[in-house]
Design a protein. Sequence first.
Length: 141
Amino acid sequence: MFSLLNYPSIMTSVLPHFTTLLQSDNWLELPESRSIRKISIKDIIRIEGIRNYAIFYLNDGSSFLSARTLKIFDEQLADYGFVRIHKANLINLEYMAEYDAKNLNFVTMKNGNQVQISRRKRRDFSEKLNPPISQFKNKII
């Protein structure tokens, strides 16, 4: 009986294509039903997770559904300025228009959408916006 577990080299080269999104040169290649959609990371305003799916909201006003979980995108896009502010929302800080600095309840995106910040994610969000002073301790300003 053939099993991929007996061939680790095949597993390491093939498996990532099925479990994670492809990312190269600031582009994402996301499988759709019969094709692969290539989108620029900088065009993503936010990603909303609904169970095992993710809805992408793009800066041209369009949106589309991906059959991947939000967790996958959270891990892949962390280095590109995306922040998880709720269990169901991942936002691109480049498209954030304003936020309630006093209560940290909502973020307003440049397209006008308001996105709720969960209580558990407020500290992480606040630290992403205002890095701790300890990060600047040894840097010349």
